[in-house]
Design a protein around this ligand. Structure first.
Ligand SMILES: NC(=O)c1ccc[n+]([C@@H]2O[C@H](COP(=O)([O-])OP(=O)(O)OC[C@H]3O[C@@H](n4cnc5c(N)ncnc54)[C@H](O)[C@@H]3O)[C@@H](O)[C@H]2O)c1
Length: 346
């Protein structure tokens, strides 16, 4: 059995990670959970039949020697905790956003000596997304795209202390919400070349943006318009890809099935199986990779892509000028901090 531990027993741990692990009960067993809130971790373990509750990650790693750790803590903790797990020889599956900067991401990647890190990006793993990636070469050249995350998060949502702050959430809806759609888009269209962007804080009492808009030119020449909002009462996640050979569209909210996809192309037939976008679908692949001893999906270069685009978006918004992907090296201020050191001035 693969020995799994869950770190951070808040919202996402119970809603998505426990069910995903339950579906893998034939090969993975949850041996422990960790949270700094002792009452919460004890209640979580009692509810889900997890044998050991810890309030310290170090003590858990030492006491349980897990093979895989699910990191479900707030984003500002991910980098240090991921490195701690990797150094202890445990693989780590990190909730999005993986960390707060490309600098932190590269530190995690550098710690992948005896174990791997993978970033949660469940929307890449449904059968519809796979089908599109398989079919894309037959659909001709990608020309135009729309990537819209029009979600709604009320004022109460931002009362959780880590949300809406550069130092703890790492960004607004660009980093926390639109990341899902943008990552799926990147998995289809490949590398981008240049981005122009604006951000605004229009209504929520947050330090970060509550809306961002960008235009992106890809290396293929394709041009995409991106919207990331938490101010949109009729919520929708929308992706559109116009290839020379047809349009492919996805309309959903927090997860899709095959029926949420449509296309004008006669080549688009429904995939033979209907795998919803879900933590369950990605976890199955992470465990497959673990059993083979190979790098899992969403590690290394793939796991970095969304963060790279987000970095470019913030850099373009703050500087008011186009940013090339090739600029985002260690010498670039946004490589280290996504507010570029501007903090609340953004
Ligand atoms: N993939 C998705 O669709 C999705 C959806 C929601 C949230 N998330 C991500 O999941 C992560 C957690 O979000 P959430 O909504 O569950 O947050 P949450 O605030 O509900 O839970 C976080 C938990 O971490 C605990 N914690 C804080 N510091 C800790 C530490 N040092 N060690 C151990 N535990 C600690 C907190 O006590 C809390 O119980 C975030 O990165 C978020 O962006 C992903």
């Amino acid at each position: 059995m693969i020995r799994v531990a869950i770190v951070g027993t808040g919202g996402i741990a119970g809603v998505c990670h426990v069910p995903a692990l339950r579906a893998q009960a034939h090969r993975a067993s949850v041996v422990a959970a960790v949270d700094v809130d002792e009452a919460r971790v004890k209640a979580f373990c009692a509810e889900h039949g997890i044998p050991a509750a810890y309030t310290s990650l170090a003590a858990m790693l030492d006491g349980e020697r897990p093979n895989l750790v699910h990191l479900c803590t707030p984003p500002h903790l991910h980098a240090a905790q991921a490195v701690e797990c990797l150094r202890a020889g445990a693989w780590v599956w990190i909730e999005k956003p993986a960390c707060l900067s490309l600098a932190e991401y590269d530190l995690i990647a550098a710690a992948e000596l005896d174990a791997y890190a993978s970033v949660v990006s469940q929307h890449r793993f449904g059968s519809g997304a796979r089908h599109l990636r398989d079919l894309a070469p037959s659909l001709g050249r990608p020309l135009v795209g729309l990537c819209v995350t029009a979600w709604y998060r009320d004022h109460a949502y931002y009362e959780v202390p880590w949300r809406g702050r550069w130092a703890t959430e790492g960004g607004g809806p660009t980093m926390g919400h639109g990341i899902h759609q943008m990552d799926l888009m990147l998995s289809v269209l490949g590398d981008w070349a240049e981005i122009r962007a604006m951000t605004g804080t229009l209504d929520r009492r947050v330090e970060t943006e509550d809306v961002s808009m960008a235009v992106v030119r890809f290396e293929s020449g394709a041009m995409v318009s991106v919207v990331n909002s938490v101010l949109s009462p009729r919520e929708e996640s929308y992706l559109r890809f116009d290839f020379t050979g047809g349009t492919v569209e996805l309309r959903h909210l927090y997860g899709y099935r095959n029926t949420d996809w449509s296309s004008t192309s006669p080549l688009w037939d429904p995939p033979s199986e209907d795998v919803p976008s879900s933590h369950e679908a990605q976890l199955a692949e992470v465990l497959d990779a673990f059993e083979r001893g190979e790098a899992p999906p969403m590690s290394g270069r793939e796991g970095r892509r969304a963060l790279e685009l987000i970095t470019g978006l913030y850099a373009a918004a703050v500087s008011g000028r186009p940013v090339a992907r090739s600029e985002l090296t260690v010498d670039h201020p946004f490589y280290h901090r996504l507010d570029g050191g501007h903090g609340t001035d953004l």
